[in-house]
Design a protein around this ligand. Structure first.
Ligand code: ADP
Ligand code: 5GP
Length: 202
């Protein structure tokens, strides 16, 4: 069965995951981004169903108990999770999909779906990460400090990923991820076959 590629893009908060993913989705139109569910309040420019599905902690806990999540994590006091059903349906239909999730969630997905391709996005330096979190202007100083502390721990997880991409420039990082997808599509293990043998090269 031809299946889509499940791409996990993870890394510390503020490294530029959202920015790089948005760029990538523009250059690779066939790619889709999974919309997570969260208990975090929406930021001023965020819309229900676009950036996230926003919900309450009690509803989120009900969904955990119902086994609705492929993965979920408590990140900076808020729950975030990826619903299993939508991911499995999209992959089965051949849709390539990005999960933009934190390192705890990435670990859960790798354990459940070993074919997933995981990419750790790293900042060019600690100072650059601090500037990006501060410059985004969405967090107060206390939250910025906590995100930086968490980032220090999260950086150590890079060695569990298939690929490490440094986000020094958005276009460069997105181009590298685009090349990784191209390479993954040519993997024999993934089911690529020469068209002449009755298979379809993807
Ligand atoms: P994340 O999704 O990882 O939390 P964002 O995509 O929200 O991070 O990016 C955090 C901030 O860093 C944003 O203000 C964004 O514009 C900026 N940013 C992202 N990538 C780069 C980059 N390569 N160089 C400079 N600034 C960047
Ligand atoms: P933010 O609040 O800045 O949108 O996201 C905070 C962190 O939560 C980021 O590291 C982001 O990647 C992560 N995140 C977003 N959605 C999910 C999800 O569905 N699962 C997990 N585990 N993390 C997520």
């Amino acid at each position: 069965m031809v299946k889509g590629i499940l791409l996990i893009i993870s890394g510390p908060s503020g490294v530029g995951k959202g920015t790089v993913c948005r760029y990538l989705l523009q250059v690779r139109k066939a790619l889709k981004l999974s919309v997570s569910t969260t208990t975090r309040p929406p930021r001023p420019d965020e819309k229900e169903g676009k950036e996230y599905f926003f919900t309450t902690p009690s509803r989120f806990k009900e969904m955990i108990e119902a086994g609705s999540f492929l993965e979920w994590a408590l990140v900076h006091d808020h729950f975030y999770g990826t619903r299993s059903e939508s991911v499995r349906e999209m992959l089965a239909s051949g849709q390539d999909l990005i999960l933009e999730i934190d390192v705890q969630g990435a670990e859960q997905v790798r354990a459940k779906i070993p074919e997933a391709v995981s990419i750790f996005l790293a900042p060019p330096s600690r100072q650059a990460l601090e500037q990006r979190i501060t410059g985004r202007g969405t967090e107060d100083p206390g939250r910025i400090k906590r995100r930086l502390e968490t980032a220090r721990r999260e950086m150590k997880a890079y060695c569990y990923y298939d690929y490490l991409v440094v986000n020094d420039r958005v276009k460069k990082a997105a181009d590298k991820i685009n090349s990784i997808i191209d390479a993954e599509k040519c993997r024999v293990k993934r089911g690529a076959r020469p068209p002449g043998l009755g298979g379809e090269s993807r």
